[in-house]
Ligand binder design. Structure first.
Ligand code: NAD
Length: 319
């Protein structure tokens, strides 16, 4: 190896090492809903200073209450101490002005409502107001990271950090590399996820990434199996629970995720690949059109008006 080559490999090694061990401290989470409060919770629990940003003050107040309640549960299970809880809460600041909330941050994780136009607008704003070296991540379930990156002046620093619900409990973070995402940013985000005691898995940016590309066709097939009269709701869910050791059946899971969310992700797969195998089942389309969205609307395949503990069939599917 020549001197120039040796010097070059040393510089590459040193740069990667510095990047590998550079622990970020200041982060922001945009969107304080179901996912945003969980993401803020875990970052704060593991020592990060968190600005939690939302357009709605109500959402921020609700998020703090939820984080408090979830931390209290961790204390009662002796997973953390009461001091840890106080310290975690003290590291979270709520903010309604995005331009202020991202101004001095090293990483921003966007977890706002799943809507392409909204996300592109938020990423343009984050690009304008966050420092030039700040990494911009999205928790999107289905929107292209490459597309989001292309709306900014720093696509190499845009990446997907797909946390799972409920964030404080679920170990997986699907790390999605956009077409332009750099190796350095990917490595740093993998390390950052590990610092939260999560297990990151790196995947490329194609419709549905990995999690939803596999999960949603299974849910769709369960709905088609019901639609074609092969079996009823309870029978389908029981086969998958007891036969495949799934913790809940695919129809119950669809009700929990939200039937509107399932439909929208299936449409992303259908349009993204142009393949009819992803076409949403007409029964799913009908149910969403009729406002039956699962747990959040009180009815889907099951009736949820009495809570989520007992499985009661929805009137359309009871015998
Ligand atoms: N819910 C899940 O199980 C789940 C799982 C994985 C990923 N995701 C993804 O996480 C993201 C958030 O989903 P969620 O279920 O938490 O949604 P949610 O509806 O519970 O919360 C969204 C929040 O975004 C806020 N918001 C809207 N516009 C905003 C803006 N311009 N600036 C700041 N905040 C804004 C809303 O006020 C709301 O509080 C979506 O991209 C979704 O696809 C959701």
């Amino acid at each position: 190896m020549g001197i120039a080559e040796a010097l070059n490999s040393f510089v590459t090694f040193a740069t990667q090492t510095i990047i590998r061990f550079k622990k970020m401290k200041k982060i922001a989470v945009v969107g304080a809903g179901t996912m945003g409060n969980g993401i803020a919770h875990v970052f704060a629990q593991f020592g990060y200073d968190v600005n939690l940003i939302d357009v709605s003050q109500d959402a921020l107040d609700r998020a703090l209450k939820t984080i408090d309640k979830n931390l209290e549960r961790q204390v009662s299970k002796e997973k953390i101490t009461a001091e840890d809880k106080t310290a975690t809460l003290s590291r979270i600041t709520t903010v309604t002005d995005l331009s202020k909330g991202v101004a001095d941050r090293e990483l921003v994780v966007e977890a706002a409502t799943e809507n392409v136009d909204l996300k592109l607008k938020i990423f343009k704003q984050m690009d304008e107001f966050a420092p030039a070296d700040c990494i911009l991540a999205s928790n999107t379930s289905s929107i292209s990271i490459t597309k989001i990156g292309a709306a900014t002046s720093r696509p190499e620093k845009v990446i997907g950090m797909h946390f799972m619900n409920p964030v404080p409990i679920m170990k997986l973070v699907e790390i999605i590399r956009g077409y332009a995402t750099s190796n350095e940013v990917t490595n740093l985000i993998m390390e950052t996820s590990k610092s939260l005691t999560k297990v990151p898995v790196e995947v490329n940016d194609y419709p549905g990434f990995v999690a939803n590309r596999i999960l949603m066709p299974m849910i769709n097939e369960a709905i088609c199996t019901l639609y074609e009269g092969v079996a009823g709701v309870e029978e389908i869910d029981t086969v998958m629970k007891l036969g495949m050791a799934h913790p809940m059946g695919p129809l119950q899971l669809a009700d929990f995720i939200g039937l509107d969310v399932c439909l929208s992700i299936l449409n992303v797969l259908y349009e993204g690949f142009g393949n009819p195998k992803y076409a949403p089942c007409p029964l799913l389309v009908n149910m969403v059109t009729a406002g039956k969205k699962g747990v959040k609307s009180g009815e889907g395949f099951y009736n949820w008006t009495h809570g989520t503990k007992d499985l009661v069939l929805a009137p359309n599917f009871s015998k």
